[in-house]
Design a binder for this molecule. Structure first.
Ligand code: GLU
Length: 579
């Protein structure tokens, strides 16, 4: 997680350019932040805990600056642990996105060489390691390369030197470069979203590449070989724009209202590419759908649709919880990976290992230029527009709508799939604009805000939907929620059913609705309280997708009533680039 930002240029004040960049990046991590600038060959630093909101009163204007917004992995949330971190002699500062997995043994070694550590971070170990390499190499670029080659884990770092250089190295965590048209301004960042509206051209660096700004020139190098890569050969990347909240109070509600359009984008997916994916699905021995967090629920729902509508024995996997599958993967298998950022570390790790075994990878990603897209055999862009709220809503809807369309296409019923998705988009728009519906949801949310525990009940096509509803409620309200598979109720959770306990059943008009009704009656018989959701139009095969909306809205309004930070819930971050 974490956001890295750097700027060199004469057109803007670098100090405020970095400060503004960090504000746009802080959805990636927001427990602390820092900015470093160069003035008269001296690096000045300002670091704070909390989100990027204080004024940069301590720092002067400058023409070169780097900054960081942190999601702590090693060391508590303090000003000292905030990045960037100084070298012992003050000649450079460094910020990191990632985890140095071998930091403990390297730190031990450096201790013995009398290096001092001020913070508790793994990042400072990288700084001292570069200092140690500098003794041999005498050149910061070479020293950075050789230190970087000694790091284990997924790491991206950015360095500002007192000689006016910026050096950024990528392995795992994302790194993009941006330029103004006349190439008089250079930007370094963790994502293209932070560039807008100043950047006209972008480059996404690959793993094992570094970018160096020195003496008015930008060079890209291979970290291992040190060879320069011609800038002209590096493709212009695609950017995504943060269009703001519009008339809404929070990004979350804006993004919920974007959902019908996100579904319409799914329908526009390239038919030939869908065909290619369906062929691959049919000839694969095993089809796995894999994701983490909300994308994990989406992956399981995709697998459900493939089983139900394409007759494919698809299996859902959670990115961080499927290492036992690694020995089972073979070149006859396919993994379909939905991901918002396309940088999710635990998913990437499995995909990289699976690829080595010849497994084919198909991905469905919302952020352009991501690593997951790059390593895929077939990649689809969700085109759902920037999702800024840390809680994913529209990308989840897009992912499951895509899963449904893929399944229908594999069943050779593409046209029917498209018709159903068109109806879904239309009905969802109507529901979202129905004032009575929204006021019923608000009442439910208000009531649930006072509860300690909330249960959700569902079955079949709604099983992953209640799981996602549970995730949203936990993320947004910090209230404990629990998704109960309706059929499993009597096997365990029924012990908790008593007066005052709220249960939200999510039911479709389908073959299993009777079973859910039975479970509802069993709950009522024990005195617990059934929370009835407002009635939704029947959208048949895609009704589970529509059923997600009231749950997202409940989570949203609960977060609002409880005065939580809706777009940035505590302790989590959007793009989980660490394991
Ligand atoms: N490991 C670093 C720290 O804890 C960076 C964390 C990150 O990238 O999320 O400060």
């Amino acid at each position: 997680m974490c956001g890295i930002f750097g700027y060199i240029g004469s057109r803007r004040d670098a100090t405020s350019a970095v400060f503004e960049g960090l504000k746009r990046l802080d959805y990636r991590g927001y427990d602390s932040w820092g900015v470093a600038v160069l003035q008269n060959k001296k690096i000045l630093l300002d670091k704070h805990t909390g989100t990027v909101n204080k004024k940069l009163s301590k720092l002067p204007k400058s023409s070169i600056s780097v900054g960081h917004t942190r999601w702590a992995t090693h060391g508590s949330v303090t000003d000292t642990n905030a990045h960037p971190h100084f070298s012992s002699d003050g000649s450079f500062v460094l910020a990191q996105n990632g985890i140095m997995e071998n930091y403990s043994s390297v730190k031990q070694n450096l201790f013995q060489k009398n290096y001092k550590f001020i913070s508790q971070t793994d990042t400072e170990v990288i700084v001292r390691l570069i200092e140690e390499e500098l003794k041999k190499e005498k050149d910061i670029i070479k020293a950075t390369r050789s230190a970087f080659n000694k790091l284990k884990g997924r790491n991206t770092v950015i360095i500002l030197t007192k000689d006016g250089q910026i050096i950024a190295v990528r392995n795992g965590s994302p790194l993009v470069l941006g330029f103004s048209k006349d190439k008089k301004e250079f930007y370094f960042s963790s994502d293209t979203l932070s560039f807008s509206p100043y950047v006209e051209k972008t480059i996404t660096l690959d793993n094992g590449q570094m970018a160096i700004y020195s003496k008015n020139m930008l060079t890209i190098k291979n970290v291992k070989t040190g060879k320069n890569l011609p800038l002209l050969k590096v493709k212009n990347g695609i950017t995504q724009k943060n269009e703001g909240k519009g008339k809404f109070n929070h990004f979350m509600i804006k993004e919920i209202f974007d959902q019908p359009s996100a579904i319409e984008e799914v329908i526009k997916q390239d038919k030939r590419k869908l065909e290619k994916l369906s062929k691959l699905i049919k000839k694969s021995k095993n089809v796995y759908c894999m994701g983490s967090g909300t994308a994990g629920a989406a992956a399981f729902q995709m697998a459900y649709y493939l089983r139900t509508y394409a007759g494919v024995n698809a299996i859902g996997l959670i990115g961080a919880e499927c290492t036992e599958y690694l020995p089972l993967f073979s070149k006859e298998d396919l993994i379909i990976a939905p991901s918002q950022s396309g940088e999710t570390a635990d998913v990437l790790e499995i995909l990289e290992m699976a690829k080595k075994k010849g497994v084919k990878v198909a991905s469905y990603v919302n952020m352009p230029g991501s690593l997951i897209t790059k390593i895929s055999d077939i990649s689809f862009m969700a085109n759902a527009g920037a999702e800024i709220c840390v809680m994913s809503t529209k990308v989840f809807i897009s992912q499951i709508a895509f899963g449904y369309l893929v399944a229908k296409n594999t069943q050779e019923k593409y046209d029917q799939g498209v018709i159903n998705l068109k109806i879904l988009a239309k009905e969802m728009r109507k529901v979202l604009n129905n004032k009575d519906f929204l006021s019923q949801i608000k009442k439910i949310a208000k009531k649930l805000s006072k509860k300690k525990h909330i249960f959700l009940l569902g079955k079949g096509q709604n099983l992953q939907i209640i799981k996602e509803g549970m995730v949203k409620i936990i993320e947004g309200s910090y209230v404990h929620a629990h998704a109960i598979p309706a059929g499993d109720l009597k096997h365990y959770a029924i012990t908790l059913m008593e007066a005052g306990v709220p249960i939200i059943p999510v039911v479709s008009n389908d073959a299993v609705s009777g079973d859910v009704e039975n479970a509802i009656n069993e709950i009522k018989a024990r005195g617990a309280e059934i929370i009835k959701l407002p009635k939704l139009p029947d959208t048949g095969e895609v009704s589970a997708i529509l059923n997600t909306v009231p749950l997202q809205l409940i989570a949203y309004y609960m977060a609002v009533y409880l005065k939580n930070n809706v777009d940035k819930p505590r302790n989590i971050a959007k793009s989980v680039t660490v394991k």
